[in-house]
Design a protein around this ligand. Structure first.
Ligand SMILES: [Zn+2]
Length: 339
C-alpha cells in the first residue's frame, strides 16, 4: 500500500512539473484526486487493510493528498505569474511616443453666420425670439394674410400633420405670436428651422433656416426699413456694400420688395460669383400689411412696421463661397473643418 502511494505521488509530481498549461494540471487533479482517481481508489480499498493498520494508512493517504494538492497550487501560481509576466511584456506602452492629437470641433458654418447676424441686430436693439417648428395653419398662413386657396398652401409644398397643424414653412408665424401678446413697440428677429416639401438639390432642401425680422412702432416708414437693412448688410458684407430694392409681392407686406446687395467679390462690376450681374439677391422685405396688424389686434392707423426675411443657408453659402447647399448637411468632417 505504501509503495503504491509513493508511486502515485511520484508520477503525479512528474506530471505536474511537466505541465505547461492549466488544463494539464486539471487533468492530473482529476486522474489522482477525482471521484474515480487513483488516490480515491486507494481509499476505497481500505476495507482490505487490517483494522489496526487503518489509522496509519489513512494518515499516509491524507499526507499524499495534501502533498499533491500543495504541488498543484504551486504550479498554478507559477503559471499565473508567467502569464502575467508575458502580458506585461507584450502590452508594454512606449511613453516616449507622441500623444494622439485631440480632435476639437467647432461651430457649424450656419451657426457662425447666425450668431453674426444675431449680434448685428442685437446691437441695434433687437430681441431674438423663437417659436414652434410644428405650427398651426392659422399662424403659418391665415394670420399672415395668406388665403386658403394660396398656392403656398398646396400639399405639394407643405408638410401637414393634419388639417390644422403643419411643419412651419417660414419663421413669419413667430411675428404673429409676438404681435398677439400686444406688447409694443416690437423690435425682433426670429431665426429658426423651416420646412418645405422640396426635393434635395444644390439650392433646395426640405429643411432649412430662415431669419425673420420685424419692427412695429409709431411713425415707422419705408425709410426705416431701408436704413436698417443697409446697415445690416454693411456690417455683414463690408462697409462698401450697396443695396438695391426691387418691387415684389408678399401677402403679408405692402409695399413689398426684394433687396439685392452689390457683389462683395467684384464690387458690382460683374464676375463669375454674381453671374455677371454685379448684384446678389439677399432678402425679401416690406411694410407690414395693415390687415396683418389688424388681425393681431394692432391699430394700423396708430402703428406701422416693417418686416424682412432671409435664408440663413443663402448667406452662409455666399459668405463662405460654398456652391452647393447639400455640403452644409452632409456632416462630412473633411468639408466642415475648413471653416
Ligand atoms: Zn461679382
Amino acid at each position: 500500500m505504501k509503495d503504491k502511494l509513493q508511486e502515485i505521488t511520484k508520477r503525479a509530481m512528474e506530471q505536474i512539473d511537466a505541465a505547461e498549461e492549466m488544463s494539464a494540471l486539471n487533468d492530473v487533479r482529476v486522474a489522482v484526486l477525482g471521484k474515480k482517481g487513483e488516490l480515491t481508489a486507494v481509499l476505497k480499498s481500505m476495507k482490505d487493510v487490517k483494522p489496526e493498520d487503518r489509522p496509519a494508512v489513512g494518515q499516509l493517504v491524507n499526507e499524499t493528498r495534501s502533498a499533491i494538492e500543495e504541488k498543484l497550487a504551486e504550479a498554478k501560481e507559477r503559471m499565473e505569474e508567467a502569464e502575467l509576466d508575458h502580458r506585461l511584456k507584450s502590452e508594454v506602452i512606449d511613453v516616449t511616443l507622441p500623444a494622439k492629437k485631440a480632435k476639437i470641433g467647432h461651430l457649424h458654418p450656419n451657426t457662425n453666420v447666425l450668431q453674426e447676424v444675431e449680434d448685428i441686430f442685437v446691437g441695434m436693439g433687437y430681441e431674438v425670439v423663437e417659436g414652434p417648428e410644428v405650427e398651426y395653419d392659422y399662424y403659418n398662413f391665415e394670420a399672415l394674410n395668406i388665403p386658403a386657396n394660396h398656392p403656398a398652401k398646396d400639399e405639394q409644398d407643405t408638410f401637414y400633420i393634419n388639417k390644422d397643424i403643419l411643419l412651419r414653412t417660414q419663421t413669419s408665424p413667430v411675428q404673429v405670436r409676438v404681435m398677439e401678446k400686444g406688447k409694443l413697440p416690437i423690435r425682433m428677429i426670429a431665426p429658426g428651422r423651416v420646412f418645405r416639401s422640396d426635393e434635395v438639390d444644390a439650392t433646395h432642401s426640405p429643411s432649412f433656416h430662415q431669419i425673420e425680422g420685424m419692427v412695429i412702432d409709431k411713425n415707422i416708414t419705408f425709410a426705416d426699413l431701408k436704413g436698417t437693412l443697409q446697415e445690416f448688410v454693411k456690417q455683414l458684407f463690408g462697409a462698401d456694400t450697396k443695396v438695391k430694392f426691387r418691387p415684389h409681392h408678399f401677402p403679408f407686406t405692402e409695399p413689398s420688395a426684394e433687396m439685392d446687395v452689390s457683389c462683395f467679390k467684384c464690387g458690382g462690376k460683374g464676375c463669375r460669383f454674381c453671374k455677371g450681374e454685379g448684384w446678389i439677391e439677399i432678402l425679401g422685405c416690406g411694410m407690414v400689411h395693415p390687415k396683418v396688424l389688424k388681425m393681431s389686434g394692432i391699430d394700423p392707423n396708430e402703428y406701422q412696421g416693417f418686416a424682412f426675411g432671409l435664408g440663413l443657408e443663402r448667406i452662409t453659402l455666399l459668405k463662405y463661397e460654398i456652391d452647393d447647399m447639400r455640403l452644409l448637411y452632409e456632416n462630412d468632417d473633411r468639408f466642415l473643418k475648413q471653416f
